[in-house]
Design a protein around this ligand. Structure first.
Ligand SMILES: Cc1cc2nc3c(=O)[nH]c(=O)nc-3n(C[C@H](O)[C@H](O)[C@H](O)COP(=O)(O)OP(=O)(O)OC[C@H]3O[C@@H](n4cnc5c(N)ncnc54)[C@H](O)[C@@H]3O)c2cc1C
Length: 401
């Protein structure tokens, strides 16, 4: 099989890039190893900047027909004190809120829009296993499918295969590990009439607990010091349930739904970044180029921004069959700075807030910056901008058709 561009990975970065390139008339094949998009929780946030891009593409109205929750403000609770630290309602975007929508609905939506273009192909259950290299240049990839092995030749291979990217390893690209002091345990609790609507983030003595409203259930994140799962498990499931009940008293009546440790999934948090995002014929984007900390919930947004920048810079040379390695370097140049700034802010928050809370034996005061924002609500527009729009937001410049 031969295409102009082959994208490994049908996550937010891969599907968005496939859609934008196909829309610009570039023949593109996206390979996704799973049979569908309906799988483990990997974040459900669609940020104002992504919603703005949906508007630019003319998709916004239809997207917002899908079930979602609108979150105009983020609230952090320190002990008994609840503080608004980000207010999205003043952002200069069409949507002054984060839309919480199951990621599989969002990906299905993008894939369905892509399928409107004859140049877009998405192949599920196609697991990419390796690269084809000739004379120092990547010229394609190998994949396994239920129908047997698949070899794809492509003018450009894009690794959008996430934080455990096979392709970046196979390409021998060097990674800088930036470190994280925590891991996150994810599990679900049912939602009941009378429960709050808003997402919650609670910083308590030695504990951080996040609850995201997913309609019929709460997606819960219990933040633990890195590598401490075994110790937590040794204290027993009942002790864990009691901790959850203390952190979310309104849900104390249903912590029994945490039936066993199998229902609690461990996210090993890693923050890393490739030194070089490309090789001749290959480009890495999204988590494959830079795994993000969950702080601020911006990984999906960054992945989408990478896809837009890549499409803006590469669609024309790809379509004309004259893509150069300098074009790929341009993508890294464009996206490395926003990635660095965002990761630096995340690491600052990890060290200044998360590490301190997880290591505390008594209730810590909210950090000065958050107290300041709570005191002067106008200031909540700054974190709103950083989280909701991010650094150097991208806009669609690729032509339609
Ligand atoms: C538990 C959890 C919670 C998170 N919460 C949030 C949040 O609230 N907000 C937020 O913005 N971000 C969140 N994130 C981070 C977010 O999921 C990622 O930053 C974002 O999905 C990155 O997008 P991506 O397309 O680069 O990679 P991914 O979303 O990881 O997509 C990679 C895709 O490639 C596929 N793939 C992998 N290997 C292969 C292969 N060999 N062949 C073919 N396909 C392959 C995978 O199945 C996947 O579909 C969370 C992550 C996790 C794990």
């Amino acid at each position: 099989m031969s295409v102009r561009c082959c994208v490994a990975g049908g996550g937010p970065a891969g599907v968005m890039l496939g859609l934008l390139l196909a829309r610009a008339g570039v023949e593109v094949l996206v390979l996704e190893k799973h049979a569908d998009f309906f799988r483990d929780f990997r974040g459900d946030t669609i940020h104002p900047s992504t919603l703005e891009v949906m508007h630019e593409l003319g998709f916004l109205e239809d997207l917002l027909q899908l079930p979602h929750q609108r979150v105009p403000r983020l609230i952090a609770q320190f002990g008994g004190l609840a503080l608004t630290f980000a207010d999205f309602t003043h952002l200069p975007t069409h949507c002054g809120f984060i839309a919480f929508m199951p990621q599989w609905d969002f990906l299905n939506f993008l894939a369905a829009r892509g399928a409107r273009y004859p140049t877009f192909k998405l192949r599920m259950r196609a697991e990419v296993t390796g690269l084809i290299e000739e004379a120092g240049r990547i010229v394609g990839l190998h994949a396994t499918t239920p129908g047997g092995p698949l070899e794809v030749r492509a003018g450009l291979v894009v690794a959008a295969d996430g934080r455990h990217s096979v392709l970046r390893d196979k390409a021998g690209l060097r990674i800088d590990e930036l470190g994280a002091p925590m891991d996150v345990l994810w599990f679900r609790l049912s939602r009941r009439p009378g429960d709050p609507e808003d997402p919650r983030g609670r910083f308590d003595i030695g504990r951080i607990f996040i609850m995201l409203n997913q309609g019929r259930h709460w997606q819960c994140g219990f933040v633990i010091p890195k590598g401490s799962l075994e110790r937590l498990q040794a204290r027993g499931l009942q002790a864990f349930r009691e901790s959850v009940a203390q952190l979310a008293p309104f849900a104390a009546d249903r912590v029994g739904e945490i039936a066993n440790w199998d229902t609690v999934k461990l996210l090993t948090v890693r923050v890393d970044r490739l030194r070089q995002w490309y090789r001749p014929g290959l480009l890495c984007i999204g988590d494959a180029a830079h795994a993000m900390s969950p702080v601020g919930g911006v990984g999906i947004n960054l992945a989408i921004q990478d896809a837009i920048a890549a499409a803006n810079l590469l669609a024309v040379p790809l379509r004309g069959g004259r893509l150069t390695t300098e074009d790929l370097e341009q993508v890294q140049r464009r996206r490395e700075w926003p990635t660095r700034v965002t990761q630096r802010l995340q690491i600052f928050m990890q060290n200044r807030v998360i590490r301190r809370v997880l290591g505390s034996a008594e209730q810590i005061q909210p950090p000065f910056a958050i107290r300041l924002v709570a005191r002067f609500p106008l200031l909540s527009r700054i974190p709103a901008r950083l989280i909701g729009i991010g650094v150097r937001p991208e806009h669609v410049q690729t032509p339609a058709g």
